[in-house]
Every structure is written in structure tokens, then in C-alpha cells.
Design a protein around this ligand. Structure first.
Ligand SMILES: Nc1ncnc2c1ncn2[C@@H]1O[C@H](COP(=O)(O)OP(=O)(O)OP(=O)(O)O)[C@@H](O)[C@H]1O
Ligand SMILES: [Mg+2]
Length: 439
């Protein structure tokens, strides 16, 4: 065993522990507890730091980051990496109150989770995380949400730099969420972020009028070709777009195309109705973690225009004030979809809320024929798609697809014009209850 008394750094517990072998450290700790010190589980993170840094409680400096839950979990993941990197020398302590260290889960892939520190404190001897000894304390309880570096007052500058470098790493490939497609939902009152499989949708699959695509291009320009120019002129890049249209005309499909075109460059967040209703502000607050972000609020009608029994609608007010606040920040694009723009509060449609409102029309006969061609073309059948498109007057893109699906289900990959016409006219491609059987 090394001569611990002459370890570099003097006689502080840090110096002794960092110079000793793993077994010696464990034995010394247990001995310390046995001879009268409180067990380490009872120590608060500050007391833990006092003990390991070898300084007086008054001499402890705390450099903190208080942030939203996902930022904290990603910081926790970086802390885990550092704990693994210096595993031989790190000492892990409890978050206090007699509790053991707790770990949480972070989604890093569609079916991939890692355990990240939730509530604990870790001591990094000098020469590991930084030249000077530091403790890192994390607490992910939703009323706390803190990532703190504890140091001696003299090492405060080092602690600040270390915290800065942790936060800077959020902007690098070490942040597994950046540039991904994420889903936000609400669980126990907190936003939970999970990673979805990437979205791949191409424009070719969606038949829309040319003027709609032109508007989409203008919207995308604020995130791509015109982004730097807008920024340099102080015009801001974040913009909201509202896509309106009846059910089944391709609104969700269009959002997917836009998300695909921004993949890698932007992190996409698909917010479900609960996330929209309760935690929209939290989502926008996570910009540190997500970088440039596309926030997708599909079917915004589920949240807006929905008044409670007292006639008030706080979620709408929250939503609009959040969007107003978000305008001040660059690099956040919001896309919302709605079935019925008229049912929305007029405030939601004002152009300072959403810069663009794109109305998706019902497909005309030519568009219906193109949708038919897209799905039936590969079968190489002898069909008059224009006649069929005329017959499907008033059908949406979703309806046209359903007619084809029904034909394939009933006849496989070979059917005639007459069979297709019969299905279209029968209406049995629509989802309806079979009344004769059940009612
Ligand atoms: N113009 C279109 N071109 C090609 N496919 C279309 C078109 N419109 C709709 N579809 C297809 O119909 C299906 C439903 O479309 P989508 O979910 O995008 O509709 P929506 O407008 O979001 O409807 P809802 O209001 O019910 O959410 C999708 O499979 C989509 O590909
Ligand atoms: Mg939709």
C-alpha cells in the first residue's frame, strides 16, 4: 500500500482516499463510520463534500444549474460517463435523508434506455474531473431539478468552468437526443421524452397543389437557406405555421414530410395532447438540450377552443403566451395542425402567433387520380383512374387510400375497373359498425 500520509495534497481525506486502493478506501470509510462519524447515507451532499473535500462547511462553494427535466437527465448521462471514466477513484454518496443514491432512466434510442444518476452526489478527486477535487450533486425531483458542483471557495472558478463544460457538451454528439425525433408526453405531471424511430416521408407520396408546396418552402427557408441571413439582420428565425384542413387531407403527412426534410439539422418534438395542454412551456424551455427544434402540435383542436365548465380556458392562454415568449428565441419552429380553423379562438390565428396559415384543400379530380396512380401504379392493372377519380367526388386523400385498401383486401393484386367501382360505390371501405350483426 502507498504511504497515505505523504500522499500529494497533504492530509485531507481527499488526498488519503485518492491515493489509496479501492479496498483500502472502502475499509477506511467503514472504519470512519464505525468510530463515530455519521453513516454516509445520513450526510447531506454538502456534508459529504465537507468530508471529502476536507474543508470547513463555510468554505464550501456551490455552483448550480437549475433546469428542466430533460436537460437534467442528459447532464446526468454525462455525469454517468465521467463516473465510469474515473470509476476507480470516484466515491458515490447518498442524496441525504438516509436514502441510497437513486438512478433514473433516459431514453437514448427507440428501444434503448440508459440508467442515469437521479439523486446522488459523487466525489471526484483532484486530477479526475478537474485538477482540483470537486463533488457533483444531482437532484432530479421536479421541485428541485438541480445539477450542482460543490468545491472549496478557492476552487470555485474551476467548478464554474467544469459546469460550463458540462453544459457545452449538451450541444455536441454526446447529447443523444439532439437531431432526433422525440415524443413528449406527460407522466406524473412531468414531461417525459422518448426517442421515436426516425420519420421518413417524401414529398412524392403527398399530392398537394403547387402553391401549398411554395408556402412550405418559404417556411423551411427560415430553418435552412435563409436562416443565417435572418439572424444577421436580427429578424429571428423562429416561426409558427398552422396547417388547416378537413380530416384526411394530409395534414399529418405534410408535417412528417417537413420533419424528414429537417432531420439531423433540427430536433423534432412530437407533443401529444397532454403535453400540449400542460407542459408546453417546459418543452420550449428545453432549448439547451435540443438545440434547433421543430415542435409539432398535431391536432391542436384537442387543446385549443376547449373550455372547461367555468367557461375559462387557461390552456389556451398559456399556449399563446408561451408562443409569444418563444418568438424571442431563434431556432424554434412550431407547426400546429387543425381540422377547423374557424373553431379556434381568433387570437390563435393572428399572424403574430403563427406566421403562416396553410389551408390544405380537398383534392380535386386530378389530385385524386394522382393519388390512385401512386398506389395502384405498381400493380400494372388496366384501369381508368380518371373515371374512378371522377366517381370519388368529395373524397379526401385518406378516403381514396381506403378504397384501394379495401380492393386489395378483397381481391389481392388483381382486380378490374368494375370491381373497384363497385367497392367505391358501396361505401364499405368506410369504417362503420356492422349494424345487422350487433345492433
Ligand atoms: N393529398 C394526399 N396525397 C397523398 N396521400 C394523402 C393525401 N391526403 C391524405 N393522404 C393519405 O391519407 C392518410 C391520412 O392522412 P393524414 O393523416 O395526413 O390526414 P390528416 O389531415 O392529418 O387527418 P386528421 O385531421 O384526421 O388528422 C395518410 O395515409 C395520407 O398519406
Ligand atoms: Mg392528422
Amino acid at each position: 500500500m502507498k504511504d497515505v500520509a505523504s500522499a500529494p495534497g497533504g492530509h485531507t481525506l481527499d488526498a488519503i482516499l485518492s491515493a489509496a486502493s479501492d479496498e483500502t478506501r472502502a475499509a477506511l470509510r467503514t472504519l470512519g463510520e464505525l468510530v463515530g462519524n455519521e453513516p454516509t447515507m445520513v450526510l447531506s451532499p454538502t456534508q459529504f463534500a465537507v468530508r471529502h473535500l476536507g474543508v470547513d462547511q463555510l468554505d464550501i462553494a456551490s455552483t448550480k444549474f437549475t433546469g428542466p427535466s430533460t436537460s437534467l437527465a442528459v447532464l446526468g448521462n454525462l455525469l454517468r460517463l465521467e463516473m465510469e471514466r474515473h470509476a476507480a477513484r470516484v466515491v458515490v454518496g447518498s442524496p441525504g435523508d438516509g436514502l441510497p443514491p437513486t438512478w433514473s432512466q433516459l431514453d437514448v434510442g427507440p428501444d434503448e434506455k440508459v440508467a442515469v444518476p437521479g439523486r446522488l452526489v459523487a466525489f471526484f478527486p483532484g486530477g479526475t474531473l478537474a485538477a482540483e477535487p470537486l463533488c457533483v450533486a444531482i437532484d432530479d425531483r421536479h421541485w428541485q431539478r438541480e445539477f450542482a458542483i460543490l468545491s472549496s471557495q478557492t476552487a470555485k472558478e474551476t467548478a464554474e468552468k467544469t459546469l460550463e463544460s458540462f453544459r457545452a457538451r449538451l450541444k455536441t454528439h454526446e447529447n443523444p437526443l439532439r437531431g432526433r425525433v422525440l415524443e413528449a408526453c406527460v407522466n406524473d405531471g412531468c414531461v417525459r421524452i422518448s426517442v421515436s424511430p426516425s420519420i421518413t416521408s417524401e414529398r412524392g407520396g403527398l399530392i398537394l397543389p403547387a402553391d401549398v408546396w411554395q408556402e412550405v418552402d418559404v417556411f423551411l427557408a427560415s430553418a435552412t437557406s435563409r436562416r443565417d441571413l435572418l439572424k444577421s439582420l436580427g429578424l429571428g428565425t423562429n416561426r409558427g405555421m398552422l396547417i388547416a384542413g378537413p380530416p384526411g387531407v394530409g395534414k399529418t403527412h405534410l408535417v412528417r414530410v417537413i420533419a424528414s426534410e429537417l432531420a439531423g439539422r433540427y430536433t423534432t418534438i412530437l407533443a401529444d395532447a397532454n403535453a400540449m395542454r400542460h407542459t408546453i412551456a417546459d418543452l420550449y424551455a428545453e432549448s439547451d438540450t435540443f438545440g434547433p427544434t421543430l415542435v409539432v402540435l398535431d391536432d391542436i383542436d384537442l387543446v385549443l377552443g376547449h373550455r372547461d365548465s367555468s367557461g375559462t380556458n387557461t390552456s389556451l392562454a398559456d399556449f399563446l403566451s408561451t408562443l409569444d415568449g418563444v418568438r424571442q428565441r431563434d431556432d424554434i419552429l412550431t407547426i400546429a395542425t387543425t381540422n377547423d380553423p374557424k373553431s379556434l379562438d381568433p387570437a390563435a390565428q393572428r399572424s403574430n402567433r403563427f406566421d403562416m396559415v396553410i389551408a390544405l384543400p380537398m383534392p380535386d379530380a386530378t389530385s385524386r387520380a394522382r393519388i390512385l396512380e401512386r398506389h395502384l401504379g405498381p400493380l400494372g392493372l388496366d384501369l381508368d383512374l380518371h373515371a374512378l377519380a371522377e366517381l370519388l367526388e368529395g373524397a379526401t386523400g385518406a378516403d381514396v387510400k381506403e378504397v384501394i385498401r379495401r380492393a386489395v383486401l378483397e381481391h389481392g393484386d388483381r382486380f378490374t375497373q368494375a370491381q373497384l367501382v363497385e367497392i367505391a360505390e358501396s361505401g364499405r371501405w368506410q369504417a362503420t359498425v356492422n349494424r345487422r350483426k350487433y345492433l
